[in-house]
Structure formats: structure tokens, C-alpha cells
Design a binder for this molecule. Structure first.
Ligand code: PLP
Length: 409
């Protein structure tokens, strides 16, 4: 007999993007030749920065010579990249993160999903709602969330984030062990200020809670009081793991490179009551289950920290932020409430006339040929919203917004 992991049977189907694709396909079949514009999926569209391309070429050439070719990379990342990350993303900003606290990987999706490997199944989890689905589904796969009742896991603490609370989650009302926080947030595009994030760090310190801080969209932050890293808050090194990615920052969604910071100060308790280093456990996990990010990709990531790389990445981010501004101003001029888009490539829009997320999605598709993402797909508290992604092409984004403004909803 072979037994499966039954937790997989409890998972809901990956309904959101397949349902969107189905509705778009039906629309296109019924309206051949119509020009549908996607402001849906959060994937980048613009080419990689030239400094990244140059580094890729150079590293590829190295791989073609016996003297300079590289085989397996160190599982936790090459020193040149870990040093560049520590120096540029942390030390230059006054944050004391050592290269040995940095683990390079092939994506923040893998890291946020895999991190649960080093934690007991008995931890009680909390997530903000709406939420990036990976945190929920990977904990469900591990068997931490109980059963799915309707759309809700019965052993998961949901922290609603809606316009009613300005998208600022309240502290959990019941005891939990691990909280996932994503700021700037996917899908709402909203952020926490330093003061608001400090409340979470203080809570975690006081209650012995681990914070999983996903900062995949950190590079989009424009406002001064919004922290780029949770380690800007005093004490966070004792309670937080931080996830970063080159995907949205520098257009690496197809190239794949990210990193996770697991501070040496961070410990958690074993069954027998001893404190164990999470840095050591994550190192053990990665060296066993992961064989390193490709050399050429790590050189490409390193190039984002060169003076020209930094400038080009900034231009890329500004390109998307400008799209976000166009979307936000466009929908606001029609009287709709829009959130995010200032420190994030996502604009979270309240549906008009109390329409459901899916009804508004259909309305935009059928009348304006625009694809968005229904907020309900990200959790119960996403109902009544849709997400517009600003990661598209500038002209297409402008055209989509013009269509909305001309249609007048
Ligand atoms: N974290 C968040 C919040 C995301 O929205 C995404 C991608 O959309 C990821 C992580 C995944 O990043 P990566 O491409 O590095 O796997």
C-alpha cells in the first residue's frame, strides 16, 4: 500500500487564475479580434536591466572555459552575492545583517513555502486576510490548518484587512505562534508605517511569536515612514525572518533569484524545551533539500547592486510606479475608492455599487475588455475588491485606464 499526504486532498482547487483564464477564453471566443488588456496577474513585462544582461553574458562566457566554469553553487549562495546583499540592502542602511544570515534561493515563493519545514506542525498560524495564497496553502499541506469549512480553515487565525480598518491588521485575539506579514502587501498594495510595524515586533517579543515578514515588494516603497526591512524595528532580529526577491525589483520572475534573512539571534523551542537556532536549522534544510541558485543568475543578481544596475533598477521600478499612478488616478477620478499603488505595483479597488469581486471582474472584461484579479480570490476579506496590477506595459495600461474613464462605469 502507498499512502499519500492526505492534507493535499483538503486543499481547494487553484481556482482563481484558472477561473480567470476560463472567463477570458470564453469572452475571446465570443468576441474574436477584440483587444483584451491584462492588468491581472502580477508578473513583470519589461526587459531585464542592461547591467543584468551584461552580467549574464559574462558569467555564461565563464561557464564555457575550463578554468572558470562552475559546478554546484554553495546551497546558501555565493559569498559575492551574500556580501553584496548584506552591504547594499542592510549595512548601507544602518542595519546589522551579516552575510551568514542571508540565504540565497530561487524564489521567495519557495522560501515562504519551505520555511515551515523547520517548524513544528503544532504551531498555530495567523495570516492577514486577503493574503498571498502560498502562506496558507503550504501550511495546509503540512497539516497545520485543520479542515476547510466553506472558504475558511478552522485552525487558522485570519486577521481581516479592509478599508474599515485602513488595511491595518489587529493583533490576534487568540494565542498564535507564527504570523505572516507581507508589506508592501500583495494583494492590497498597502503598507505599515514604522510605528505600526513596531506594534507587531513588540507583540512578537512579548508573546514569543515568530514573524514571517515578506518584503518582496520592498523596492516599490516611496514614502519615508514605511520601513523597507523589518530589521529597522528594534528587537526584530529576535523575532523575524525576512523574505526578499529580485523578481519584482529587477524583473527576475523568469530568471529566479531571491533571498531569506534568518538572523542568528532567532531561536525557537524543541519538544524537550531547549532553544535551537533557526539559522542553523534553515542551513541544514537548505543544504539537504536545495542545491543552490545558478551561478549566472547570482552574478545577474549581483549586477543589480552596481552603480549602473541600481540606476536601471530604479528606472524599472519608476516605470511600474507610474503605471500604478495612472491606474489609481484614473479609477479615483470616477469616484471609486482605490488603495495601494504608492509603495506597490498593485492598486486595490473597491467595487462600485456593492458589486461582488467576480461581478466587477466580469463587468470590466465584458464592457471594457480589461482583465483584473477578483479580490475574493485572495480570501474572504478580499470580497468587494479587485486588484489592478501595474506591472504591465505603459501604453496598454494607459489605454485600459482610458477605456474605463470613457465608459464611465
Ligand atoms: N511573495 C509575494 C508577496 C508575492 O506576491 C510573490 C509573487 O508574486 C512572491 C513572494 C514570489 O516571489 P518569487 O518570484 O521570488 O518566487
Amino acid at each position: 500500500m502507498i499512502y499519500i499526504n492526505d492534507n493535499y486532498l483538503k486543499l481547494p482547487g487553484s481556482y482563481l487564475f484558472s477561473e480567470i483564464a476560463k472567463r477570458v477564453r470564453i469572452y475571446k471566443e465570443r468576441h474574436p479580434g477584440s483587444k483584451v488588456i491584462s492588468l491581472g496577474i502580477g508578473d513583470v513585462t519589461q526587459p531585464l536591466p542592461p547591467a543584468v544582461i551584461a552580467a549574464l553574458h559574462e558569467a555564461t562566457d565563464e561557464m564555457s572555459h575550463v578554468e572558470t566554469m562552475r559546478g554546484y553553487a554553495p546551497e546558501q549562495g555565493y559569498e559575492f552575492l551574500r556580501n553584496a546583499i548584506a552591504e547594499n540592502d542592510f549595512r548601507a542602511k544602518g542595519l546589522d545583517i551579516h552575510p551568514t544570515e542571508i540565504f540565497v534561493s530561487d524564489g521567495a515563493k519557495s522560501d515562504t513555502g519551505n520555511i515551515g519545514d523547520i517548524l513544528s506542525i503544532n504551531n498555530k498560524i495567523a495570516v492577514t486576510d486577503p493574503v498571498y495564497p502560498v502562506y496558507v496553502d503550504t501550511n495546509a499541506m503540512a497539516g497545520r490548518l485543520g479542515s476547510l469549512v466553506g472558504n475558511v480553515w478552522n485552525n487558522l487565525e485570519y486577521l481581516p484587512c479592509t478599508s474599515e480598518n485602513n488595511f491595518i491588521p489587529e493583533l490576534p485575539s487568540k494565542p498564535v505562534n507564527v504570523v505572516y506579514l507581507c508589506y508592501p502587501n500583495n494583494p492590497t498594495g498597502t503598507t505599515l508605517t514604522k510605528v505600526q510595524l513596531k506594534i507587531w515586533v513588540d507583540y512578537a517579543l512579548k508573546n514569543n511569536v515568530l514573524l514571517m515578514f515578506d518584503a518582496a515588494y520592498e523596492a516599490f516603497i516611496t514614502e519615508k515612514d514605511v520601513p523597507h526591512s523589518i530589521y529597522e524595528i528594534e528587537g526584530a532580529k529576535q523575532v523575524a525572518i525576512e523574505f526578499r526577491s529580485f523578481s519584482k525589483t529587477a524583473g527576475f520572475t523568469g530568471l529566479r533569484c531571491a533571498y531569506t534573512v534568518v538572523p542568528k539571534d532567532l531561536t525557537a523551542q524543541s519538544q524537550s524545551g531547549e532553544q535551537a537556532s533557526l539559522n542553523a536549522l534553515w542551513m541544514r534544510r537548505q543544504t539537504t533539500k536545495f542545491n543552490g541558485t545558478a551561478y549566472i543568475v547570482q552574478r545577474a543578481a549581483e549586477a543589480t547592486y552596481s552603480p549602473e544596475g541600481k540606476k536601471q533598477v530604479r528606472e524599472l521600478i519608476n516605470y511600474y510606479l507610474n503605471n500604478a499612478k495612472v491606474i489609481k488616478e484614473g479609477v479615483e477620478s470616477l469616484g471609486l475608492s482605490a488603495y495601494g499603488g504608492v509603495n506597490s505595483p498593485y492598486v486595490w479597488v473597491r467595487t462600485p455599487k456593492n458589486m461582488s469581486s467576480w461581478d466587477f471582474f466580469d463587468y470590466l472584461l465584458n464592457n471594457m475588455q480589461i482583465i483584473t484579479t477578483p479580490g475574493a480570490g485572495f480570501g474572504v476579506s478580499g470580497e468587494g475588491y479587485v486588484r489592478f496590477s501595474a506591472l504591465g506595459n505603459k501604453d496598454a495600461t494607459k489605454e485600459a485606464v482610458e477605456r474605463i474613464m470613457n465608459y464611465k462605469l
